[in-house]
Ligand binder design. Structure first.
Ligand SMILES: Cc1cc2nc3c(=O)[nH]c(=O)nc-3n(C[C@H](O)[C@H](O)[C@H](O)COP(=O)(O)OP(=O)(O)OC[C@H]3O[C@@H](n4cnc5c(N)ncnc54)[C@H](O)[C@@H]3O)c2cc1C
Ligand code: FES
Length: 274
């Protein structure tokens, strides 16, 4: 009998240290045609390790055909601590894909503004990679990414490649600059005057701490971006990931199945202004 809670095995193929508390794991599934690999940017998977439990993690890479996927894991508690101790070739459990995805059809032909804070760059990276891979289908791409300090910036080499991509700009800011830093200092909103997209025909995707989402949405709405074109990826406590346990329930919606991505219009209806 099919058991939807039963994880599949995935081998850790590569581990990259992104910052002091975050590592990116490249996972490989045995079967390249596995349904889990047919995910869309914005979705998540459940990752488990016997003896340490299970938790949701967003797909941090765009879907590809080679049987691999990436997740970026911040060390915050027992499961993530145990994941950080693993080595290449170790095996973990995975199930999914779950949740809704960023509306990739609605964004065709539009300019796109991405706003990420800290770890929030992970789900956006999946969509950024997707958009840059299918470049001709989209307009200008602007990425605003804020971190605590320069050492906390993830995907450094890749960010340089994003900047080289046609019609794309990346704007970085940190709260605590060090002697190597020549860029902007402060919250992500200070970079909004630098972006070069038409608010009326643009989509915005945000992910990061709730306070960042709240203030960034306030400022972009003032700039004329349409509420229904602003999407935020939200984190809520989850257990099952499939709409059964009720842990993530908010005003008639399950964040695990109706979300985790909501337009600002939907967020207001749910009373989650972040
Ligand atoms: C849809 C979704 C996608 C996610 N994607 C990622 C990702 O890509 N990378 C990543 O590092 N983390 C992600 N998370 C968060 C991740 O699931 C938690 O950090 C994980 O459950 C921690 O497990 P743990 O056993 O290590 O920590 P625990 O011991 O369970 O918790 C440690 C601390 O983290 C807090 N915490 C745990 N889960 C959450 C949560 N969902 N929201 C807010 N605080 C929480 C706890 O209150 C506690 O203070 C995601 C969460 C959701 C809901
Ligand atoms: S996590 Fe169980 S219902 Fe959403």
């Amino acid at each position: 009998m099919h058991n939807e809670y039963l994880p599949k095995k995935a081998a850790i193929e590569k581990i990259v240290e992104e910052s002091g508390d975050t590592k990116t794991f490249t996972l490989r599934l045995k079967d390249k045609s596995d349904g889990l690999l047919r995910y869309k940017p914005g979705q998540f998977l459940m990752v488990s390790l016997p003896g340490y439990g299970e938790a949701p993690f967003t797909f941090a890479s765009c879907p590809r055909k080679d049987g691999r996927l990436e997740i970026s894991v911040r060390r915050v508690g027992s499961l993530t601590e145990a994941l950080h101790k693993l080595k290449e070739k170790d095996i973990i459990g995975v199930r999914g894909p779950y949740g809704n995805w960023f509306p990739s059809d609605k964004i065709k032909g539009k300019d796109i503004l991405f706003i990420a804070g800290g770890c929030g760059i992970a789900p956006l990276r999946s969509l950024i990679q997707y958009v840059l891979k299918n470049r001709k289908n989209y307009g200008k791409v602007e990425v605003i990414y804020g971190c605590r300090a320069p050492k906390d910036i993830f995907y450094k080499d890749e960010i340089e490649a994003w900047e080289q991509s046609k019609n794309s700009n990346v704007h970085l800011t940190v709260d605590e600059p060090d002697e190597t830093w020549g860029g902007a200092c402060g919250v992500v909103c200070i970079l909004l005057p630098k972006i070069n997209v038409n608010p009326k025909k643009s989509m915005v995707f945000l992910c990061g701490p709730s306070v960042m989402i709240k203030f960034a949405i306030r400022d972009i709405v003032k700039l004329g971006f349409k509420e229904q074109n602003i999407y935020a990826s939200l984190e809520r406590y989850m257990k099952c990931g499939i709409g059964k346990c009720g842990h993530c329930y908010v005003k008639g919606k399950y964040v695990c199945t109706d979300g985790p991505n909501f337009s600002y219009t939907e967020m207001k209806e749910l009373g989650i202004e972040s």
